[in-house]
Design a protein around this ligand. Structure first.
Ligand code: ATP
Ligand code: MG
Ligand code: MG
Length: 555
């Protein structure tokens, strides 16, 4: 029984609809193609897409590709794949801000003609210095008095490549004494001789975000332009651009910028430059390393779009910055997978068991429910043989109190199969247990004894003869949680040395080798696992643990 209450953005939209300010809701997700998307972006994507669905509107997917410095086609492709995977269907509404460069240029010309923009020769440092501070008003730009004719000529020269990078900018003429620093004659255009992934070498001037973004929204008729909190102070400039470029007459008519708090995860690295460093230092194997929280990494780890949707829903939308525990994400994937995927037997750290009274060379197929809680998943047959593997820690030579698994003299249930009693064991020269000998009770087939005898321990197993060797990877947080994410001394990430455990000798039921990339399973008692899409080979899957079965997390 979830409490259904509207979030503050829904309230704003419903008021706008009720008061006739908007006929059809149009939202957008505007990533800059300069990196991979992460879980925070998923929130923005699903929020904007969800609102467009909720109000029968449209969702625009727009690449905000106005700054060629860091943008790449590679990122355009990965971002598209991520948005699609998350289920935000943009239909026909895919846009590129760079397609509006001509229109943006015209807007700049209009501002110049209206004496609302001028070309300045100040350097970047001087502009910063002249801008003043929170407590100190800005100083007038000495070039602010240039005539319209001179500005038109210089701006055209900028466009035609007559000036070097950084030598001239176009500034809005607003108010150098404004209490809002964003309004102190912000830069609209800069010179940058760079090749753009979409427009090539056509342009050598590029618009700044604060100029480009409102124009993009206005061109597309975005009704609600949802962004994160740091843009709150930019809102007056956003409205200024929409109005002064002639799209609308009042802020009420302009696309409505609404700010919400970013999603932060506690003890998780999301910053691009930190991840880049981890990749470069070989600490993680690329942007989609399963320990990261990029969308590609979460997908590779085995997260589903449904689990991320659920997570984003649980996080809610707010104006206050806060940080969410990673355990909540884990809760969401457990909830999503528990009924959906088969529960299989896999032994991660194998120990050989020989059932001395079971005939050699014989195989018996035991029938097993694929998912006891979901009969729709059917049943399968699992081979049972004289030699099996169990988990190393399911046997103890000298058990402590309350240890109900295998130890000399004790009887346990082999899951779905028989009662077996541990009779003896062998050790190697180092004292490690190598083989455990048992006898089985043929009358206990299926896991219960007709004489009503009870056993306390139930353990899983895999046939030594029919089982397949695979690699299984277990993960812990990439970050050393004791130390926190960042080392204050050098700003590096405090890496947990145990974040990855690779078990190359795991043994699984034969059926598991048929798994294809992204197939998920529950390995009974061990957690949920997913077939890795990069390192698996035909009939030799590598399994990533998505999440263990137990959690202290409570809703
Ligand atoms: P950068 O500016 O360094 O590229 P960015 O993450 O802000 O980083 P954008 O491509 O500008 O990258 O982001 C696209 C959209 O995703 C923006 O609307 C932004 O507000 C939103 N977004 C980014 N990070 C988060 C986050 N942590 N939580 C929610 N929304 C986010
Ligand atoms: Mg980005
Ligand atoms: Mg950004």
């Amino acid at each position: 029984n979830e409490v259904v209450s509207k979030n503050f953005i829904e309230n704003i939209i419903e008021k706008d609809i009720a008061e006739g300010r908007c006929e059809k809701v149009i939202t957008r997700f505007p990533p800059e193609p300069n990196g991979y998307l992460h879980i925070g972006h998923a929130k923005s994507i699903l929020l904007n897409y969800g609102l467009s669905k909720e109000y029968g509107g449209n969702f625009h997917f727009r690449f905000d590709d106005t700054n060629p410095t860091k943008e790449k086609t590679e990122f355009v492709d990965s971002i598209k794949a991520d948005v699609q995977w998350l289920g935000a269907d943009w239909g026909e509404d895919l846009f590129f801000a760079s397609d509006y460069f001509e229109k943006m240029y015209e807007c700049a010309i209009k501002l110049i003609k209206d004496q609302k923009a001028y070309v300045s020769d100040l350097t970047a440092d001087e502009i910063r210095e002249y801008r003043g501070t929170l407590t100190e008003p800005g100083k007038e730009d000495p070039y602010a008095s240039r005539s319209v004719e001179e500005n038109l000529k210089l701006f055209e020269g900028m466009k035609n490549g007559e000036f070097e990078d950084g030598s001239k900018v176009l500034r809005a003429r607003i108010d150098m004494t404004s209490s809002n620093i964003n309004m102190r004659d912000p830069i609209l255009y800069r010179v940058a001789h760079m090749t753009h992934h979409n427009t090539g070498d056509k342009w050598c001037i590029y618009p700044m975000y604060d100029f480009a973004h409102p124009i993009e929204d206005a061109i597309e008729g975005i009704t609600h332009s949802i962004c994160t909190l740091e843009f709150e102070d930019h809102r007056p400039l956003y409205d200024w651009v929409v109005i002064n470029c002639g799209f609308k007459n009042t802020p009420e008519e302009a696309p409505k910028q609404i700010e919400f708090a970013k999603l932060y995860l506690t003890n998780v690295v999301t910053g691009k430059r930190y991840i880049k460093k981890l990749v470069e230092d070989g600490i993680v194997d690329g942007w989609d390393d399963p320990r990261l929280v990029s969308i590609a990494a979460l997908r590779r780890r085995g997260y589903t779009p449904e689990s991320i949707q659920k997570f984003v829903e649980l996080c809610g939308v707010s104006k206050a910055n806060s940080s969410v525990d990673y355990a909540m994400l884990e809760y969401c994937i457990r909830e999503d997978l528990k009924m959906k995927v088969p529960r299989m037997m896999a032994v991660t750290r194998p120990l050989k068991v020989v059932i001395d009274n079971f005939p050699e060379g014989e195989v018996e197929y035991v029938e097993v429910d694929n998912n006891l809680e979901n009969p729709e998943l059917g049943k399968r047959k699992v081979p049972f043989t004289r030699e099996l593997y169990i988990e190393q820690d399911d046997f103890m030579e000298e058990p402590p109190k309350k240890y109900f698994r295998m130890f000399p003299g004790n009887e346990v249930r082999l899951m779905n199969a028989y009662f077996v009693k541990c009779e003896s064991f062998e050790k190697d020269e180092n004292g490690n247990v190598t083989v455990v000998h048992c006898t089985y009770d043929p009358a206990s087939k299926g896991g219960n004894s007709p004489d009503g005898r009870k056993v306390k321990g139930t353990i899983h197993w895999v046939s030594a003869e029919y089982g397949k060797r695979v690699t299984v990877r277990l993960y812990e947080n990439l970050v050393d949680e004791e130390k926190g994410v960042y080392n204050p001394e050098d700003g590096s990430v405090n890496v947990n040395p145990n974040s990855l455990t690779v078990l190359e000798d795991a043994v699984v039921e034969p059926a598991l080798t048929e798994g294809k990339a992204f197939d998920s399973y529950q390995f009974v008692r061990n957690g949920f696992f997913c077939v890795d899409c990069k390192d698996s080979k035909e009939n030799a899957p590598v399994f990533n643990r998505i999440v263990s079965l137990k959690s202290s997390f409570k809703l």
